[in-house]
Design a protein around this ligand. Structure first.
Ligand code: VL7
Length: 137
């Protein structure tokens, strides 16, 4: 049984969000804003569902899904694309493939040393982020 992802997690590091955003076709202006944000993940698991809220002082993004069940995702406020997403467990990693216009797009979450790790990838660019549990929220 993998460690629980539930709770509030605050970003402590981020690498290559610029490359990831360029791969997604995000405008220069939006990239400058997004690159400075301190992101937070609020993860809930009601029943067999997952809800991942990404919050910031600028914009929020929420996705909810069931593992092994394909769903349509509209990346509203990010690159505003419609993708067909599928989340599965690969060992201790929660892996999402986002099928659409962009090739090799998705993300993976896992827990390591009490930190929440995230890789977001698109067309060969990988953004790596680490989040620390916020026990006050
Ligand atoms: C969600 C940032 C930058 C476009 C706006 C910046 C506002 C604040 O999909 C994501 O997470 C997954 C895994 O946890 C679950 O949905 C990433 C934001 C990442 C990417 C793209 C800049 C536009 C960002 C929401």
């Amino acid at each position: 049984m993998p460690a629980s992802f539930c709770g509030t997690w605050d970003m402590i590091s981020s690498a290559n969000i610029e490359g990831y955003m360029i791969a997604l076709g995000i405008s220069f202006y939006l990239r400058k804003i997004a690159a400075r944000l301190k992101l937070r993940k609020v993860i809930e698991q009601p029943g067999d569902q997952y809800i991942i809220k990404t919050t910031s002082s600028f914009r929020n993004y929420t996705v909810s899904f069931k593992v092994n069940q394909e769903f349509e995702e509209f990346t509203q406020g990010l690159d505003n694309r419609l993708v067909k997403s599928l989340v599965t467990w690969e060992g201790n990693k929660l892996v999402c493939e986002q099928h659409g216009e962009k090739k090799n797009r998705g993300w993976a979450h896992w827990i390591e040393d009490d930190k929440l790790h995230l890789e977001m990838y698109c067309e060969g660019e990988v953004c790596k982020q680490v989040y620390k549990k916020n026990v006050n929220e």
